[in-house]
Design a protein around this ligand. Structure first.
Ligand SMILES: Nc1ncnc2c1ncn2[C@@H]1O[C@H](COP(=O)(O)OP(=O)(O)OP(=O)(O)O)[C@@H](O)[C@H]1O
Length: 616
């Protein structure tokens, strides 16, 4: 593999990629594809064709998971039915008839696409799994706290957990040698059937923590031959629903879940907006056990009666605090409470995030039954793996300052190794404009935000991920959940208003035991964030500049921190422990179910016997 060291090369590469992708996949107005990529081929954001064609474009329609499967030559049914080699007790593929909505695709025994193959796509540079040698020891001495009744003990190894042989094999294929701290605690809790609200730092393996118990549980159900009801011939009945706030995150969870489910007989399908619904409907009709979705598209599918939630046994909300904040809450309530989904207690609910403001915890308790609260690391803290810097930069100096950072990065040789830089800005216009400015100045950049078409968003992400365009300018659409290896530097060109958003943004680096750098540009406009930012940095053992401390001392508590549980001591973060929440309101202890047993044990105010605390 050649190492690119020149910015000009990188810019040319990026331009070529943007151009050819646009020409082939977008039917766009890019016109010609230059054989010799040059800066001239860069298409500024304002000249791009933003309207997706109303006609079905030439193949590939879009580059989501389905089309990458198609690249393997598996057109149509891509699934070979369950294997019969589960560990005894797993039912051995008892997926007899009678599963409504399971028609098509399951009859044949054609081979399931191997998601571990190196055939993933053209993005070879960074695509290989690199989980060997990951320094998860970095997470070993972080505090872990659980609260709730009868908390199952954590495990130290995957071997201690009865996940099923096919899933264990996939864990080995992923090169996960041992569980991360959140996995050590969350997996046994979920396997024991308990509801869970889990808070763990960015990049610490939460996806697997909710996927493994779901997949394992469905594998066990496969032997039980229960019937899915027949509502409409084309209605499908997933057994698990995983909701996430962004399309790209849903795609990523789908990819991960597909890897974990390989040859388990568990089928995972994704549905998200901005992509053709017919393709997703076809995919659903081939059968679905786990549906990964964004809320908007799922509501659409429910309204069309193409999906029923009647059989859902597992509900997972990733980025749960975001899913329950003002923007999403009505949709989530509609999905969870106003459809045919089983009530709390009749389903298992798992909520995961790196941040969990107290009033969101309170809202979330409506969806839970007798749940366990798990916090790995301080709730809403950033990981110590990320070196955080804050620089005072006037608005008018931001661009030149960014250029200095990028030049310094190159001089340090970081870019020579194709390290990636993610630059967060406040607005979609701001993202377009900064991307344009970077490109005309010879910095290979692309952008992702809500005004770009889904094709453009996916293309931008692929190009960034592969290292072909090592600078990605993004709005908050890329702030949460995205797991992009080799992001060495996150720049908060515009700081967010809420400290939790900052935590998620910087969490795009320093993942899975690796270190990372986060630089924030601060000026008078960010005063309201000063105190929360200074506190967060201090908590994460970062050097807080004296000028920021002065700002912090002057400012009131803004930036979302005032929404938090306050109190510095780790462990007091389960909102049920706050007497103002617990007094006289037993609802919170049972997720709205008065028979939870918490009331009988005298409530939660006194840290009853169900409260455990451990420092791992
Ligand atoms: N047990 C493990 N061993 C090695 N690597 C792991 C393990 N579990 C997860 N990983 C890897 O760690 C990375 C981060 O995991 P994941 O994306 O699930 O983090 P997260 O906690 O959900 O982060 P975020 O809060 O940003 O959503 C992924 O690349 C994943 O493959």
């Amino acid at each position: 593999m050649s190492t690119r060291t020149s910015w000009a090369d990188l810019a040319a590469n990026s331009a070529a990629e943007n151009t050819s992708a646009g020409a082939s996949a977008n039917n766009g107005n890019i016109g010609t594809t230059s054989a010799v990529p040059s800066r001239a081929t860069y298409v500024p954001p304002h000249l791009r064709n933003r309207a997706p064609s109303s006609d079905p474009p030439a193949a590939p329609v879009y580059s989501g998971p389905a089309s990458s499967n198609d690249r393997q030559g598996h057109s149509g049914s891509r699934w070979g039915g369950p294997r019969n080699d589960y560990r005894s007790g797993y039912g051995g593929g008892g997926r007899g008839g009678g599963w409504g909505g399971r028609s098509g695709g399951w009859g044949g025994r054609d081979r399931e696409v191997n998601p571990f193959g190196d055939d993933d796509d053209t993005e070879q540079d960074f695509s290989e799994q690199e989980n060997t040698g990951i320094n998860f020891d970095a997470y070993e001495d972080i505090p872990v706290e659980t609260s709730g009744e009868n908390v199952p003990p954590p495990v130290n190894t995957f071997a201690e957990i009865d996940l099923g042989e096919a899933l264990n094999q996939n864990i080995r294929r992923c090169k996960y040698v041992k569980p991360t701290p959140v996995q050590r605690h969350a997996i046994p809790i979920s396997l024991s059937g308990r509801d869970l609200m889990a808070c763990a730092q960015t990049g610490s393996g939460k996806t697997a923590a909710f996927c493994f118990p779901i997949i394992s549980g469905i594998m066990k159900m496969q032997g039980q031959c229960s019937q899915r009801p027949l509502r409409g011939a084309r209605t499908v009945y997933p057994l698990a629903l995983i909701l996430s706030p962004t399309r790209e995150l849903s795609m990523q969870i789908h990819e991960e879940a597909r890897k974990f489910s390989y040859q388990t007989g568990v089928k995972v399908v994704v549905a998200y907006g901005g992509a053709p619904i017919n393709q997703q409907l076809r995919e659903l009709e081939r059968g679905v056990d786990i549906l990964v979705a964004t809320p908007g598209r799922l509501v659409d599918l429910l309204e069309r009666a193409r999906v029923s939630l009647q059989m859902v046994k597992y509900l997972a909300l990733d980025e749960a605090d975001r899913m329950l904040d003002m923007g999403f809450e009505p949709q989530i309530r509609k999905i969870v409470e106003q459809n045919d989904m089983p009530r709390p207690g009749a389903r298992q609910t798992m909520l995961f995030s790196a941040t969990f403001p107290k009033e969101i915890q309170r809202l979330a308790s409506d969806f839970l039954f007798n749940y366990i609260f798990l916090a790995v690391g301080r709730v809403g803290s950033s990981t110590d793996l990320i070196v955080q810097r804050v620089e005072f930069v006037h608005e008018s100096d931001k661009r030149s300052h960014l250029m200095d950072l990028l030049h310094a990065q190159r001089a340090n040789g970081v870019q020579g190794k194709q390290a990636l830089t993610l630059v967060f800005v406040e607005t979609k216009k701001g993202a377009d404009s900064l991307e344009h400015w970077l490109c005309i100045n010879g910095f290979p950049a692309t952008s992702i935000h809500g005004d770009r078409t889904q094709q453009e968003r996916e293309q931008a992400l692929r190009s960034f991920r592969s290292g072909n365009t090592p600078i990605l300018v993004a709005t908050d659409v890329a702030a949460r959940g995205l797991d992009i290896p080799h992001v060495a530097h996150v720049v908060n060109f515009d700081l967010p208003n809420d400290i939790d958003d900052y935590v998620h943004r910087i969490g795009r680096t320093g993942r899975a035991g690796k270190t990372g750098l986060a630089t924030a540009f601060f000026n008078e406009g960010n005063s309201s964030l000063a105190r929360a930012l200074a506190d967060l940095m201090q908590e994460s053992n970062q050097e807080v500049p004296a000028w920021l401390s002065r700002y912090a001392a002057r400012s009131s508590y803004g930036g979302g921190r005032n929404r938090r549980s306050g109190g510095g001591r780790f462990g007091g973060r389960d909102f049920r422990r706050d007497s103002s929440f617990s007094r006289g309101n037993s609802d919170y202890y049972g997720g709205g179910n008065t028979s939870s047993g918490y009331g009988a044990s005298g409530g939660y105010g006194g840290y009853g016997s169900g409260v455990t605390s451990a420092w791992d």
